[in-house]
Design a protein around this ligand. Sequence first.
Ligand code: NAI
Length: 272
Amino acid sequence: MGYGLLKGKKGIISGALDENSIAWKAALKAKEEGAEIILTNAPIAMRMGEINKLAEMCDAKIVAADATDVADLEKLYREAMDTFGGGVDFVLHSIGMSPNIRKGKEYGDLNYDWYMKSIDVSALSFHKFMAVAEKLDAINEWGSVVGLSYIAAQRTFSFYTDMADAKAVLESIGRSYGYRYGKAKNVRVNTISQSPTKTTAGTGIGGFNAFYEYAEKMSPLGNASAEDCANYIISLFSDYTRMVTMQNLFHDGGYSMTGISAEVLDMITPGE
Ligand code: NAI
């Protein structure tokens, strides 16, 4: 049972690939909280067909769009505006992909074409989502845009390779566009820096399982789940966070502020 936090609001949710996706949970929550939504994903990701199930559950239209393609994004916003009879109130960017990670390339041996692809898909697409919306005036006054990040933007995690750079760019775009869109239309822009989460994008990263357990032991509250993340996303779409903008918000059970935990100390020197 929802609280009606998004009653009357309309939005676009990208990145729901399957039921593990953070965006999948966010779409269900948005619906539960009273929003009307449009789902979008890359045409290639639709082949699995899973998104159709979600669309049915959310009573939502699906518009295919490659997030790196400005023309696709224009079509997405135009369709959204036609469907809703006006602009949207929120946009979720939940998109990330690194061919270098997929192919197991080390940071010192990156394929540069793939590196560009990682940055384009995982970071520049966030800029495109907002620049296209601004040009079409597709986001309403006091709207909210959220992107998803990871703490490798600030601190080095060896296995995260070029995605760390992509996330640093993503967070910077969040700040820069947050300023611009705030001035122009009171639209706020934030990134959420999420705990490691068992999704297709997450588990594709080398050493994910070990790292997931490590983060779990380092965080006083444990890892934040995809569902917890969805709840946080909804709060950022709601009117209760109207003055929060240009922030990178850690949603990680306390991981980012913990030096070392008793559990991890005990693993290194058991019984001491
Ligand atoms: P996911 O694999 O379910 O979602 C990633 C989505 O990106 C997929 O739906 C995929 O189709 C979409 N995508 C890839 N290329 C695209 C393109 N060219 N155009 C449009 N969509 C495209 O995984 P997850 O974990 O839900 O990822 C969502 C976001 O959360 C990503 O930005 C990811 O980096 C971020 N994140 C994930 C964490 C994790 O451990 N899973 C931790 C912190 C952040």
